[in-house]
Design a protein around this ligand. Structure first.
Ligand code: ADP
Ligand code: MG
Ligand code: MG
Length: 250
């Protein structure tokens, strides 16, 4: 599904990603861990196509196509979803209306007509039920006065509605509370199929007790320096990142 080959990227003259290789197949959950400032969020942004970052070398293939020149919207329409670390408040636009617009924009980009209102309603109900989301929540203004848990609920709901092929969840380093963590984890686990894939980015191991990854990669100073299974995440929780940095420098 996703193949990243020798990816180098940065901003202005600063090099941040220094040769990333990563392959994600359908059905897999990958986790990227690493110390603060190692380039985790940059990697997420570059995959999603955020224009502030410049790719200087390497390629990103999504389902065999080089997506390096595509805009964030075009990538989203192909099925790449990136959760936002800092969601914007949009007073007067409800959770439901926001997602309806996003879905119809995607359909338009794919050459499809708008989803009939009846089908949209059915989909909204289905996904809200799956994720235990209250009807009242759906009519609230987007992110206005949302708690941390509610922001996560909204994010997971958007993911459920858009049904991306690849979901990238970049979790802030400033700890999710346990409630928010469970919402994210339950959502991901319910939405996971053999056909889609998830890339979870996190500073802490705790989230990975709930979302069990097939592969864990450690990013240090813009490079994946170690890959393993979920045991690697436990090792990092116990021993921190210093031993890996030492291994890299040795
Ligand atoms: P992480 O998510 O692992 O904490 P980031 O990808 O956010 O790391 O950042 C990696 C490095 O790149 C940091 O030194 C950060 O300051 C720098 N960086 C990231 N984005 C920008 C940007 N837009 N402008 C300048 N520097 C940036
Ligand atoms: Mg950071
Ligand atoms: Mg980050």
């Amino acid at each position: 599904m996703l193949k990243i080959h020798n990816l180098h990227a940065g901003v202005d003259d600063k090099s941040i990603l220094k040769g990333i290789d990563l392959e994600i197949k359908p059905g897999e959950i990958h986790a990227i861990m690493g110390p603060n400032g190692s380039g985790k969020s940059t990697l997420a942004s570059v995959i999603a196509g955020k224009e502030e970052y410049e790719v200087t070398k390497g390629e990103i293939l999504f389902e065999g196509d080089d997506i390096g020149e595509l805009s964030p919207d075009e990538r989203a329409h192909k099925g790449v979803f990136l959760s936002f670390q800092y969601p914007v408040e949009i007073p007067g636009v409800s959770v439901t209306n926001f997602i309806k617009t996003a879905i119809n924009e995607t359909r338009k980009a794919q050459g499809l007509s708008e989803m009939p209102a009846k089908d949209m309603l059915k989909l909204l109900r289905e996904k809200a039920e799956l994720l235990d989301i209250d009807r009242k929540f759906l009519s609230r203004s987007l992110n206005e006065g949302f708690s941390g848990g509610e922001k996560k609920r909204n994010e997971i709901f958007q993911m459920a509605m858009l049904d991306p092929k690849l979901a990238i969840l970049d979790e802030t380093d400033s700890g999710l509370d346990i409630d928010a963590l469970r919402i994210v984890a339950n959502g991901v686990n319910k939405l996971k199929t053999d056909d889609n894939a998830v890339l979870v980015i996190t500073h802490y191991q705790r989230l990975l007790d709930y979302i069990v990854p097939d592969f864990v990669h450690v990013l240090v100073n813009g490079k994946i320096v170690k890959s393993g299974t979920k045991e690697l995440a436990h090792e990092l929780e116990e021993k921190g990142y210093d031993w890996i940095k030492e291994e890299v420098n040795a």
